[in-house]
Ligand binder design. Structure first.
Ligand SMILES: O=C(O)C1=C[C@@H](OP(=O)(O)O)[C@@H](O)[C@H](O)C1
Ligand SMILES: C=C(OP(=O)(O)O)C(=O)O
Length: 482
């Protein structure tokens, strides 16, 4: 999204860059040559306040994980992949740009409708510029896998949040496959430069944590390997890469491994055949509506076409245990995933103990679950949240600080977050620091819709990474933001 400003010296046309800075071109009134100017933009503060009940229907945006993968598999197929319902959030738009840089023809043909004409496994172009992923861990890590398995060299970078996130977890297996790291920031972080292996060595890799990003990076690198790549995960993480690879014709087998794990085996060098993709509604975005409708008294909302993949529905399971009033209607298949319409009515919640084993199926939903826990009667303990420390922010600390700002006293013991619920009566009233993290921003806006006093967040701009229509869609249900 651009911005044009009339200044004393001319018209400045700005494009967003990283961290609240805009880079722009000044078209001078005085015939000077156009010049690049940098401008600090004040963060977008936003306040949520309690109003009437939330009512109506809402269709969550396309799933972010599937949107990234649809573009990437489009790049790796020969022919045209048609995508409907693509999430047009900043994270995914960065992935689309990177696919273009690696040789794909990527065109938007209508709202959420995109066409990707790919180059095929083994035939990517070397990028001419740094691959910029903005705020997106998924985009960067999956593309590191793609580049790591192709004989091309690429530089990877992102915003201040992404520059703090660990990339060694991706580099480790890629090095085993023959890739080389030419440059890296301290601790294997970006900006980094990676030289991919032109003939990646097939490996068997055990992921050290349940992470779909690590698993996917290894599988995507393995696509161009002359043998069989195997990934073993201790606990099953979201399986969109495996499902989509199969759908595009790759030879891939998934077996259970141990109690909750999986073993995935992929035959290298398949010819991926493009196939049409309909992206289902993102349960991680629907999560905000689900909790807001539960905690705002009198609410009655229908969430349409939410993806019900069991590796993504941990929040729904937990809210039902807490006493949420959610009817699951019209379960059906759309685009290879099960979806359903959810009717959510306001309800009194009770605190629960959330087992660590559930974390992979709701990893991005803990900030909003913590908000639900603040409105519950009794204690909620969320166990095993170590991975929250390496998301867009340290989410464990950011959630605890946000709750404190809103008058709740959480505790962090080891990797567990403990919230003593205030029933329906949460004080609110603070200013919440969002640390370039969209999920922190949306979670505390939802808290402010039901707390006694309004809640202000310091920056709403990052919401555009995953749920660009959050504000207007929530306002249509009756949410009060200013
Ligand atoms: O593969 C994916 O699309 C994602 C995997 C998860 O990360 P991890 O793999 O680090 O758990 C999740 O937090 C992220 O939002 C999306
Ligand atoms: C962790 C998230 O995304 P990513 O890792 O892609 O930045 C998220 O969307 O909550």
């Amino acid at each position: 999204m651009g911005l044009a400003l009339m200044t004393k010296r001319g018209v400045a046309c700005y494009q967003p860059k990283r961290d609240g800075k805009l880079i722009g071109t000044l078209f001078s009134l005085y015939n000077d040559p156009a010049q690049e100017v940098l401008m600090e933009v004040s963060a977008q503060r936003l306040t949520a306040r309690r109003g009437g009940p939330l009512r109506g229907r809402i269709k969550p945006p396309g799933d972010k994980s599937i949107s990234h993968r649809a573009l990437i598999l489009g790049l790796l197929s020969i022919g045209e992949t048609a995508i409907e319902g693509l999430l047009e959030g900043d994270d995914v738009l960065h992935t689309a740009d990177v696919c273009r840089e690696l040789g794909a023809d990527v065109v938007r043909t209508g709202e959420g409708c995109w066409r990707v004409r790919g180059c095929g496994v083994g035939s990517l172009l070397a990028p001419r510029k740094t691959l910029d992923f903005g705020n997106s861990g998924t985009g960067m890590r999956l593309m590191m896998g793609v580049v790591g398995g192709h004989g091309i060299t690429a530089s990877f970078d992102g915003d201040a949040s992404l520059r703090k996130r660990p990339m060694r977890r991706i580099l480790d297996p890629l090095l085993l496959m023959g890739a080389e790291v030419l440059k890296q920031a301290e601790g294997g972080r970006c900006p980094l430069e990676l030289k991919g292996a032109s003939e990646p060595i097939p490996i068997e890799y055990r992921t050290p944590v349940a992470s779909a990003q690590i698993k996917s990076a290894v599988l995507l690198a393995g696509l161009n390997s002359p043998g069989r790549t195997v990934v073993i995960e201790p606990e099953a993480s979201r399986d969109h890469t495996e499902r989509m690879l199969k759908y595009f014709g790759a030879g891939i087998e998934v077996e259970s491994f141990g109690e909750n794990g999986r073993k995935i085996s992929l035959e290298g060098r398949p010819e991926l055949r493009p196939a049409p993709i309909a992206v289902p509604g993102d349960p991680s975005s629907a999560a905000f509506v689900l909790v807001a409708a539960t905690i705002v008294p009198g609410s009655d909302v229908i969430i349409e076409s939410m993806m019900m993949n069991p590796l993504r529905t941990g929040l729904l399971t937990t809210l039902l245990e807490m006493g949420a009033d959610v009817e699951i209607n019209d379960r059906r298949e759309e685009g290879g995933e099960e979806v359903a319409d959810l009717r959510v009515r306001a309800a009194e919640l009770r605190g629960v103990d959330v087992p660590a084993g559930r974390a992979p199926s709701m990893i991005d939903e803990y900030p909003i679950l913590a908000v639900a826990a603040a409105f519950a009667h009794g204690q909620t303990r969320m166990r095993g949240l170590n991975e929250l420390r390496v998301k867009e922010s340290d989410r464990l600390e950011a959630v605890a600080a946000g709750l404190r700002a809103a008058g709740i006293e959480p505790r962090i013991i080891g990797d567990d977050l403990i919230v003593e619920g205030h029933g329906g009566d949460v004080p609110g009233g603070g200013l919440v620091a969002t640390h370039l993290d969209h999920r922190i921003a949306m979670s505390f806006l939802c808290l402010g819709l039901a707390s006694r006093r309004p809640v202000e967040i310091d920056d709403a701009s990052m919401i555009a990474t995953s749920f660009p229509t959050f504000r207007p869609q929530m306002e249509r249900l009756g949410a009060q933001f200013a």
